[in-house]
Design a protein around this ligand. Structure first.
Ligand code: ADP
Length: 225
């Protein structure tokens, strides 16, 4: 048995909705959502780590790899320690990592990747979303078109190629321009069999539920059908 984290990767360009979907999936029992962007944003900007993040993210650049991975590992140890994440029976839903080949290599002995959800949309669509997010969430790294462009460019050059280095049968492409609930539906379709397999359930058993026969008392009071 490997002791790597059983992982679902949420993959996609800035503005593709990884964070939004990740948060929802993280509410499902058995799934723990971890977002590197959120971890970075929770840093105190007065600290050296916080300032480092601000410096790179403010330019639309990636934070240096070793620093990113070390911080993330430290965070994960913390959530295991305080019993928020139970890697022995839960899935890790990872959003925002790895973002380049170096990070992938640094994580290969930590992550056991079960599926990769690739949220895809046209660049112009994601651009619009980021502009809206800048207004709504006050994200400093969405504040200028120049920074957004830079992040898109970094995605195309460094992050997107990472996908070519994973087994292609793990990748599920999802159209990120569909409604949020439909995107969620597509993702859940991928997750259900993995979860059931993980729970040691036969999928057929789970789907073929036994017919429900209402008890006489229930019928008598006109109870639920
Ligand atoms: P988005 O996907 O919209 O760019 P994130 O919240 O994932 O937003 O990331 C915000 C910023 O945090 C990135 O632009 C980058 O500077 C930094 N960051 C997040 N994840 C990583 C990572 N894995 N490696 C390096 N920098 C990262």
């Amino acid at each position: 048995m490997s002791n790597r984290y059983r992982t679902i990767l949420l993959f996609g360009a800035p503005g593709s909705g990884k964070g939004t979907q990740g948060k929802i999936i993280g509410q499902i029992p058995g799934f723990y959502h971890s977002s590197t962007g959120e971890i970075f944003r929770s840093l105190d900007l007065q600290t050296e780590m916080g300032r480092k993040f601000w410096e790179y993210a403010g330019r639309g650049e990636l934070v240096p790899d070793e620093f990113t991975i070390a911080l993330w590992k430290q965070f994960m140890k913390g959530v295991e320690f305080i019993n928020q994440f139970h890697p022995e029976n839960e899935f890790l839903v990872l959003d925002g990592l790895p973002r380049n080949l170096k990070q992938k290599e640094l994580l290969d002995d930590v992550l056991d990747i079960k599926a990769i959800i690739y949220l895809r949309a046209e660049r112009t669509k994601m651009f619009e979303r980021l502009r809206r997010r800048a207004l709504k969430e006050n994200r400093f790294d969405d504040a200028s078109d120049e920074v957004i462009n830079k992040r898109m460019e970094v995605f195309g050059r460094e992050t997107r190629p990472v996908l070519d280095h994973y087994p292609q049968n793990l990748i599920h492409r999802v159209d990120a321009t569909m409604s949020q609930i439909r995107v969620l539906h597509e993702i859940v379709r991928v997750l259900v069999p993995l979860k059931e397999e993980n729970d040691g359930l036969e999928i057929s058993e789970a789907v073929g539920a036994t017919a429900y026969a209402p008890a006489a008392e229930e019928l008598a009071v006109g109870a639920w059908d």
